[in-house]
Write a protein that binds this ligand. Structure first.
Ligand SMILES: Nc1ncnc2c1ncn2[C@@H]1O[C@H](COP(=O)(O)OP(=O)(O)OP(=O)(O)O)[C@@H](O)[C@H]1O
Ligand SMILES: [Mg+2]
Length: 339
């Protein structure tokens, strides 16, 4: 898989979704050069290969749905449906109906037989988003379906076999929910075989320039603009921000900046995030701060040199070998900066 080496995860051969959605959308690119994201790329590959239950955890906007799609579209079920169910978005009575369907006449208003998402996803993957919000009554029923690999529509006595892979996601601490007895212990263990944790963007600031590059490309295309790049001051401002809304927030800020930009470069005036470290930002230790500085500095040199290590080393006033050693030590991948 292309992504295991580092910066970008791109689905290789991806068929179209039977629902008619083109599977390989531009937005399905997962960008990241940080060690944390390298680990995520590795886990995506394992999950796709093995089909074991995956639980994706991370704050809002960290890319959970993107990872779920990646697992599906690189696995053997890629040609089958990928369906998403938001477990907190539907009232309790409707939820069971949405998941498992019903028989005609099973309640007032049930005019026809209806398949639930489980049956709709047959052969494919059901992405259960915000799983921590699943009602206790549905937790029991979901557990049964996963154990027996069969379900019963509401109002029916017969059971139906289902073959659906489950990928769950949560932005709550599911373990805490389990300990507080709001989430069933048995279901927790069944869905949480391979955890994939997406760290918040503020803990992988070195990914910011890569993400910005990706969004520039994407939105130039979408907005019909031809923004060439971003000034070092603007990128520093973005890297210093804490991003409570994570990648989604960064994506929106970049889009906004592209709309505001007067010329073909985004400068710091177009970037609508506060200057300086955000309030509440805990002071890092000297060692951590230094490491972060070096990583960002290497990234800047490489960006200016379009990924050419010799040129980047010259900009930094270092010899090539020292620059290589620093890149290795700080897990910076020059390929991420090539244009
Ligand atoms: N590593 C990444 N590379 C490129 N784009 C990303 C990355 N991570 C997230 N995004 C983009 O950020 C946006 C949010 O991602 P996604 O919807 O997957 O997050 P989420 O964790 O499911 O958020 P929420 O908890 O709010 O549902 C999407 O537009 C997605 O394409
Ligand atoms: Mg989501």
């Amino acid at each position: 898989m292309a992504g295991t080496a580092g910066r970008k995860w791109v689905p290789e051969a991806v068929p179209d979704d039977p629902s008619g959605q083109p599977a390989r959308r531009r937005t399905d690119l997962i960008v990241g050069g940080s060690p944390a994201m390298a680990r995520v790329f590795e886990l995506i590959a394992v999950a796709a290969r093995t089909e074991i239950p995956v639980l994706i955890a991370g704050e809002s906007g960290t890319g959970k749905e993107l990872v779920a799609r990646a697992v599906h579209y690189t696995g053997p079920r890629a040609a089958r449906p990928f369906l998403t169910m938001n477990c907190g978005a539907v009232p309790e009575t409707l939820m069971e109906d949405e998941l498992f369907g019903h028989a005609r006449g099973s309640y007032t208003g049930a005019h026809a037989d209806k398949r639930g998402v489980f049956e709709e996803a047959e052969g494919g993957t059901l992405f259960l988003d915000e799983i921590a919000d699943l009602y206790p009554s549905c937790q029991v029923k979901l557990l049964r379906v996963l154990q027996e690999q069969e379900l019963r529509r509401i109002g029916e006595t017969r059971t139906r076999k289902v073959d659906v892979r489950i990928i769950a996601a949560t932005n709550k601490d599911l373990e805490a929910e389990r300990l507080a007895r709001r989430f069933r212990e048995d279901l927790y263990h069944r869905i949480n075989v391979l955890p994939i944790v997406l760290p918040p963007l503020r803990e992988r600031r070195e990914d910011v320039p890569l993400l910005v590059d990706q969004f520039l490309r994407q939105f130039n295309h979408e907005l019909g603009r031809s923004i060439r790049g971003i000034t070092p001051a603007a990128i520093e401002r973005l890297q210093a921000h804490d991003w409570p809304g994570n990648v989604r927030e960064l994506e929106n800020r970049v889009k906004q900046a592209m709309v505001m930009a007067k010329g073909d470069l985004i400068d710091v005036e177009c970037v609508d995030v506060p200057a300086g470290p955000a309030s509440g930002d805990a002071l890092p230790t000297f060692r951590k701060a230094k490491e972060e500085f070096v990583r960002n500095y290497l990234a800047r040199c490489l960006r200016h040199a379009a990924g050419n290590v010799a040129a980047a080393a010259r900009l930094a006033g270092k010899d090539r070998k020292d620059f290589y050693d620093l890149m290795k030590k700080h897990h910076v991948d020059p390929a991420a900066y090539r244009r």
